[in-house]
Ligand binder design. Structure first.
Ligand SMILES: Cc1cc2nc3c(=O)[nH]c(=O)nc-3n(C[C@H](O)[C@H](O)[C@H](O)COP(=O)(O)OP(=O)(O)OC[C@H]3O[C@@H](n4cnc5c(N)ncnc54)[C@H](O)[C@@H]3O)c2cc1C
Length: 434
């Protein structure tokens, strides 16, 4: 879906309860109370939309890119947290208390009934914990699968608590139309989790794959090939990625995202270039051929298909080469006439994958710890290197495709923009969102 439509949909969904509440035309309360209600409603609707912005829906991540989707997910979660934290602080004691006979719909008073307040207080405590745990995920070093489970269940629990609080403590939530809207939005949010963790696996189980080859490319990088079993495979665009589950049930949480390092034009088998980094990736070399696999994809928008720029400059650091291989192979296999060049950085020469092939294709190889006989570029892929190897014409007209470590990506993006390349001509994929 086009980014503009996604933005319109987001604004509509997040502001719908607020707009409906304003449309009720109820007598105004002190401005602080109206502001408190507005912040509470905005926070709740934004939290519910966060379920859809989880990065697992192709319509979204394919439109604005996985990077932007995840950054938005994080930014909007923190914004919603800020609104939620302010919400109760704006109320004061004078019009609080239990239901008043003269105000049955809570138009002028707020409740202090135990249960609706308790669910609000519990959500008030859990929400910052959920956001803090997500922010501290890497430093806390617990298993990624456990984190995903806790994050998903925690979000679901908070949504349930907030629904109860909104319906029974909220002024506007007491109105039947508002109540149904909140229930509908919460069901949609919870349904999105059910889709990702129950419906999608059922669909994947019907289209299994098998590992057909495992090849060591460098001391710590492997190429895994999977081929479809009894179906046509995946319709994808070169440069996209998929969630790969190898050797577990289709319902398992053990699935990891990897860029597809092969071209759709080269047939239905998929290659992945995987770097040893942790629990799963360290075991890749031991996976026997024939192992059952499941592929959820394609996801992401790191693709040059449909772009009109006359030239493509691919810039990869380390295992960020994976999607570039797919893109280069697709350009070659389809006889694409656009000019394509590659700048590929590594620490040492032993880390370069498909070295002969890429050198033959004219890649600019960059090593930060080169051997004595190295004739390629040295150092990091930074502003100085880019100024050395890029022509003014490339800066002015090329499409830049970036994938690699965060520091490299930030530096390259900033420098290209400082040199006058509009961000619409820079495509990026990050392998880590922290
Ligand atoms: C869009 C995308 C494309 C990627 N493509 C490639 C690729 O082509 N080749 C490659 O080697 N790596 C790629 N990665 C990174 C790869 O997903 C992680 O290195 C891998 O999941 C680590 O798993 P682990 O169990 O070995 O490590 P762990 O020790 O479990 O985790 C190490 C770190 O990897 C990340 N990670 C772990 N599991 C997941 C998961 N299920 N989902 C998301 N992140 C996770 C987390 O940041 C975690 O802190 C990609 C990541 C993303 C987001």
């Amino acid at each position: 879906m086009r980014p503009i439509w996604l933005w319109i949909l987001y604004l509509l969904a997040a502001s719908l309860p607020l707009a409906l509440a304003a449309g009720l035309g109820w007598p105004a309360r002190p401005i602080r109370y109206e502001l408190a209600s507005a912040l509470g409603m905005l926070a709740f609707s934004m939290i519910l939309v966060e379920f859809i912005l989880s990065g697992r829906f192709r319509g979204i991540s394919g439109g604005i890119g996985m990077d932007v989707t995840m950054r938005l997910h994080q930014l909007l979660a923190r914004t919603a947290l800020g609104f939620a934290m302010l919400h109760p602080l704006l109320y004061s004691g004078s019009s609080s208390g239990g239901p008043r006979p003269w105000d049955p719909t809570r138009q002028l008073t707020i409740t202090t009934d135990f249960l609706p307040i308790a669910t609000g207080v519990l959500a008030y405590g859990l929400l910052p914990s959920l956001v803090a745990l997500a922010m501290a995920r890497r430093s806390m070093r617990y298993r990624y699968e456990l984190w995903r489970l806790v994050h998903g269940l925690g979000a679901l629990l908070i949504a349930g608590l907030l629904l109860h609080h909104t319906l029974y403590a909220g002024r506007y939530g007491a109105h039947p139309a508002m109540a149904w809207l909140w229930i509908g939005m919460t069901v949609l949010a919870a349904g999105s989790l059910i889709f990702v963790y129950a419906v999608a696996p059922i669909l994947q189980a019907r289209k299994p794959w098998r590992v057909s080859a495992v090849e060591r490319l460098t001391p710590r990088q492997w190429q895994i090939t999977v081929e479809p079993v009894g179906h046509a495979g995946l319709a994808f665009r070169a440069g996209q990625f998929a969630w790969l589950n190898i050797g577990h049930s289709a319902f398992s949480l053990h699935e990891n995202p990897f860029s597809i390092a092969s071209a759709p034009a080269d047939g239905p088998a998929l290659n992945f270039v995987i770097k040893e980094l942790g629990d799963f990736t360290n075991t890749v070399g031991t996976i026997p051929t024939g192992t059952r696999a499941y592929v959820d994809g394609p996801h992401g928008s790191l693709t040059v298909d449909g772009r009109s720029e006359p030239e493509i400059v691919l810039i990869a650091g380390g295992v960020g080469i994976a999607p570039m291989i797919g893109i280069l192979d697709q350009l070659r296999a389809t006889g694409d006439r656009r000019k394509a060049s590659l700048i590929y950085g590594n620490r040492v020469a032993e880390q370069i994958v498909h070295r002969d092939r890429l050198e033959a294709a004219g890649a600019v190889m960059v090593l930060s710890e080169p051997p004595d006989d190295w004739t390629g570029e040295t150092g990091l892929i930074d502003a100085r290197l880019l100024d050395r190897v890029l022509t003014p014409d490339q800066i002015a007209t090329a499409l830049f495709v970036l994938c690699g470590p965060g520091v490299m990506m930030d530096g390259v993006e900033d420098h290209l923009i400082a040199r006058g390349t509009p961000s619409t001509r820079i495509l990026s994929e990050r392998f880590d969102y922290d």
